[in-house]
Ligand binder design. Sequence first.
Ligand SMILES: [Zn+2]
Length: 473
Amino acid sequence: MRKLYTFIMVCVFASFSNQQIQAQATPDGFGFYQAAQTQCLLPEERASIKTQLRQAIETLDLPEVNSLATTKFIWPVRAADDMTDPSFYGISNFVDHNANFSGVNNDNVKDYNCGTRSYDSGNGYNHPGTDIFLWPFPWHKVDNNSVEVIAAAAGTIIMKMNGSGHDNCGNCPNCPWNAVYLSHEDGSVTWYGHLKNNSLTTKAVGDQVAQGEYLGVVASSGNSTGPHLHFEVYADAGLQQLIDPYAGACNNMNGNTSWWETQKPYREPTLNKILMGTAPIMEAACPSMAVTNEATHFMPGDDYTLTLFFHDQMDLDNVGIKIIKPTGVVLSSWNSTLSNEINGSYWFWNRSIPNDAEDGAWKVEVTYHDQVEELIFMVGNVSSNAEIQVTAHCQMANPFGNFLDIRCEHSIAIEKVELYNVSGKILLQKNTLSGQANFTLNTTHLENGIYFLVMKDKNGRLLESRKLLKAAY
Ligand SMILES: [Zn+2]
């Protein structure tokens, strides 16, 4: 209650100082990631893998004793190059440190932070890894190879398992997973499971990998309810001493020693994605892909749905939203308060583009905790004939050819230029112009057609946007 009260006071104050009322708006709907829990690996399979790994470590003559625990990990997943979303994952389960079991599933569960973000089974299984799930649109991400598994530390490949289907949705006891296993300099061993079939590194068993090197693609092979990475760590080549890389009060394996180079906080409230669409998303039964209803080009008067996706959203979190015209003027802005603490969530708002909306590159700007993110969307009539727009500050050929020469007044400090297609996808960008007035984009590889050029200042503010035609041959 106190937080809400404070927040209202701030709003009132802001409306006086900025002459612009920040309306409080309730979202029109929400949803969340449903993390069903299954044993990432059944006991017999884990035992068999351990036997094979011990053998491999011996055959390859790799370090067998861990007394140093010098290995430090980086985050074992990363976005592929063409992913532009601010984030792409959440954490559904940590290692379970409560060894008791009562015959009932999830009855005695304790993560490293003394919370319950883990699971066990009534027959004595305690989840031994960190589960990092894809969010949002996990199946799109699997299909597009959007999230890559990387080596948490430099090491040697000791085993690869490939050849299994990767679109599993639940209990699948006889389904092997696809996985890569590494041995590290200090004798510790890391497991990367549930990978996409045929996505594994082409390097062979016995080869070295650098920290951060590609190992595969996150998917849902094996006994898995949806796309996620299961990351499991052992201190020793004998695979006796399980490690939870997170240091914390209830970590009864390695206690206060974190194995992360930089340990992420227990909750890291993060805006994963901004989505503009013609309607709310439609979830689909696993493993079908959800319908995104994504759209990045609208006409004046069109209805739209703005959806924001989060991981680790906290109860009473505030999110601020601005809809900004091509000129940089704010058309509308509002704040919403989110409820509950959720591993992966989304909230949406239904709105309309004004009937008199001007053509060009519009922007949604979202402020959440310390994060400020934006998404460009196009408004206006996109025909095959580009309109020659008169510009206040810059000159350029329109239509343009294989090179786009841009000459601007020195008075406008351009820091960044971006070229979008009509679907709102960024095709080209230059980031450090430092106020340079003249520059050239190489557009040789672009097909003939309509594009939007967006110029921004060093604070990311939209200076000018132009609709252009490429007509080279
Ligand atoms: Zn797991």
